[in-house]
Write a protein that binds this ligand. Structure first.
Ligand code: XMP
Length: 510
C-alpha cells in the first residue's frame, strides 16, 4: 500500500483516487503523522501531497524526517516537492512567474526515469504554484522541465526520492495517472490488485471491531450513500443495526413509499420509519437564510435520531453515508480548506450527543460507492439513482420552506424526472432536479393574466460532484418538460433552465 501524507491540498484525495482506480491500495494520513504510526501501516511508498502554504514560512508544515529513512520510495507533489527540496538541503523561493493552469512539460528522456516510462516526451500538465525550487539538493537531477520551471520534476534515483512541481493527479495532467502508476507499480513494486471487494471485506472487519456488541443507528435518506451504508452494516452486524428512515417532509414525490419498498421487500432489512415532517417544517417556518436552513435541518435530524435511539436499548453508534466530497467541502480533515456549504451530515456532533460516528464511505467518491453497492448486491435501480442531498427539497426552495411550495416543487420535479427517464437522459446525467425560485412573473393563460411561480430546471453532468457542467439536453426535451410542468402544475407559469457549471456555481442552489 501507499501512504499519502496530506499537507492540505484540495487535490489530495484525488491522488488516492487515481491510485485506487489502478487497484493500488492507498491511505491518506495527516502530514504530521508520526513515523511509528506510518511504519505500522507497512507502506511500500510515501507520497507527500500539495498544500497551500510555503515551506519557507516560519510555521510551515513539516514531515517526520523518519519518512526519508524508511528505505522506501518517496514522491513529492507541489508543496511535497518543495518539502523534499528543503529537507534534502536545497532551497525554495517565491517565484516571479506564478504558474496556474496548463503548462507544457518536457520530459528529459536522457535521464530514463522509470517515473515516465511509457509517457510521451511532451505533455500538458496542471500547475498551481507560486513558489519554486531554487537550488536543487545534492544528488538530485532534473528529469522534466516546463517553460517556467527548470525543475518541473526531479529525482534522486539512488535514494528513490522523486518530486513533481505539477499535479499528476488531476485529469488535466496528461498521462499523470501513468506517472502515478509507474511510481506505485514500478518504483514501489506494488503488485497486489486492490478492489471494492477488498474494501468491503476490510470495512466489515473494521465495523465489527469498532461496534463489538453495540447497536448502531443508521440514518437512511433513501439515497445511494445511506442505502449502501445500511446494506454494508447489515452485512457486517445484522440485527445490531437499526436503520431509521426519517420522513423530514422534504422528500420528493413517492420517495418514502419507494424506500420502504426497497428495504422491506427487496433487502429484507427491517426498517424503522419516523415521521418527523411536522417537526422539521415547524422549525423551518419563517427561515430564509440557506446556511441557517441547512443547520436547522442538520440539527433536527440528529434530534430525531436521538429520540429514536431512546426507544431502543444500548445504541452506541450512529452510521452515516458521508462521502469524501462532503468532507472536503465542509470541513478540512487534515489541513486548511474553505467551508463552502455546511453539509448537514458532516461537521461534528453537538456536545449533548454521545453517539460515536461510523462513516465507512468517508474516503470514497460517488462512483466508488456505486461499485460498492453493486458488490453488496443492491439493485441497479437504487445504485444508479441520482444523488439527493440530505436537506432535500429544503435547499431547493429559495427562501422560506412551506407545505404548499413543497407540493408545487414535488409535482414539477416528478414531471422532470419522468421525462428524463422516458428519454434515456436520466442515466446519462449525474443529477436532475427542479428548484422553486422565489420569483413570480406575469404570464398569460387562456385569456387571463397570471402572476405565478418560476421553476428552474437543473440537470448536470459530473463524475464525482466536485465539478459539473450543465447537461446539453435537446431543446425538444426541454420544451416538453417546460410545457408539461406549466400545464400540469397549477401555480407555475414559467420554467427556466440553469446553464451554469460548477465551479463557479454549485450544483444545488443553496
Ligand atoms: P454542491 O451543491 O455543493 O453539491 O455542488 C455537490 C453534491 O453534494 C450534494 N449535496 C449534499 N449531499 N448533504 C448531502 O448528503 C448535503 O447537505 C448536501 N448538499 C449538497 C449535491 O446534491 C451534489 O450531489
Amino acid at each position: 500500500n501507499i501512504i499519502v501524507l496530506d499537507f492540505g491540498s484540495q487535490y489530495t484525495q484525488l491522488i488516492a483516487r487515481r491510485l485506487r482506480e489502478d487497484k493500488v491500495y492507498c491511505e491518506v494520513l495527516p502530514y504530521h503523522t508520526k513515523i511509528d504510526a506510518i511504519k505500522a501501516k507497512n507502506p511500500k511508498g510515501i507520497i507527500l501531497s500539495g498544500g497551500p502554504s510555503s515551506v519557507y514560512n516560519k510555521d510551515a508544515y513539516e514531515v517526520d524526517q523518519g519518512v526519508y529513512a524508511l528505505g522506501i520510495p518517496v514522491l513529492g507533489i507541489c508543496y511535497g516537492m518543495q518539502r523534499i527540496a528543503v529537507d534534502f538541503g536545497g532551497s525554495v523561493i517565491r517565484s516571479d512567474h506564478h504558474e496556474y493552469g496548463k503548462a507544457e512539460l518536457t520530459i528529459d528522456m536522457t535521464q530514463h526515469s522509470v517515473l515516465f516510462e511509457g509517457c510521451e516526451d511532451e505533455r500538458t500538465v496542471w500547475m498551481s504554484h507560486s513558489d519554486k525550487v531554487d537550488v536543487l539538493p545534492e544528488g538530485f537531477v532534473p528529469i522534466a522541465y516546463s517553460p517556467n520551471s527548470p525543475y518541473a520534476a526531479i529525482a534522486n534515483e539512488e535514494k528513490m526520492v522523486y518530486a513533481m512541481q505539477y499535479h499528476p493527479e488531476v485529469n488535466h495532467s496528461e498521462e499523470g495517472y501513468l506517472m502515478l502508476r509507474n511510481f506505485a507499480r514500478k518504483i514501489c513494486g506494488i503488485t497486489e490488485k486492490w478492489d471494492m471487494g477488498h474494501f468491503l471485506k476490510e470495512q466489515i472487519v473494521k465495523i465489527r471491531a469498532q461496534v463489538g456488541e453495540g447497536k448502531v443507528l443508521c440514518a437512511l435518506s433513501g439515497g445511494v450513500d445511506s442505502s449502501v451504508v445500511a446494506a454494508l452494516l447489515y452485512e457486517a452486524i445484522g440485527d445490531q443495526l437499526i436503520p431509521v428512515f426519517v420522513d423530514n417532509g422534504l422528500l420528493r414525490k413517492g420517495e418514502r413509499e419507494s424506500v420502504e419498498n426497497i428495504f422491506k421487500v427487496h433487502l429484507k432489512v427491517p426498517l424503522v420509519v419516523a415521521d418527523a415532517s411536522e417537526i422539521f417544517l415547524g422549525k423551518l417556518a419563517g427561515v430564509t437564510d440557506p446556511e441557517t436552513k441547512r443547520k436547522i435541518i442538520g440539527h433536527t435530524f440528529i434530534e430525531v435520531f436521538e429520540a429514536e435511539a431512546k426507544k431502543h436499548d444500548g445504541i452506541k453508534f450512529l452510521a452515516q453515508g458521508t462521502l469524501y466530497p462532503d468532507v472536503i467541502e465542509s470541513v478540512s480533515v487534515n489541513g486548511p480548506s474553505v467551508t463552502i456549504k455546511s453539509h448537514h451530515n458532516v461537521g461534528g456532533l453537538p456536545d449533548w450527543m454521545d453517539f460515536e460516528l461510523i462513516e465507512p464511505l468517508r474516503d470514497l467518491f460517488k462512483d466508488e460507492v456505486r461499485k460498492l453497492g453493486l458488490e453488496l448486491g443492491l439493485p441497479d435501480s437504487l445504485v444508479n439513482r441520482h444523488p439527493f442531498p440530505g436537506p432535500g427539497l429544503g435547499i431547493r426552495i429559495m427562501g422560506e420552506v412551506n407545505k404548499p411550495d413543497l407540493n408545487l416543487l414535488r409535482e414539477a420535479d416528478a414531471i422532470l424526472l419522468d421525462e428524463l427517464k422516458a428519454s434515456g437522459y436520466y442515466t446519462k446525467t449525474w443529477q436532475a432536479f427542479a428548484v422553486l425560485l422565489n420569483v413570480k412573473s406575469v404570464g398569460v393563460m387562456g385569456d387571463n393574466r397570471t402572476y405565478d411561480n418560476t421553476v428552474c430546471v437543473r440537470v448536470v453532468e459530473a463524475v464525482d460532484g466536485m465539478t459539473a457542467t450543465f447537461a446539453h439536453l435537446p431543446h425538444t426535451l426541454l420544451e416538453r418538460i417546460s410545457r408539461r410542468i406549466i400545464n400540469e402544475v397549477d401555480g407555475i407559469n414559467r420554467v427556466v433552465y440553469d446553464i451554469s457549471s460548477k465551479p463557479p456555481a454549485t450544483i444545488e442552489w443553496e
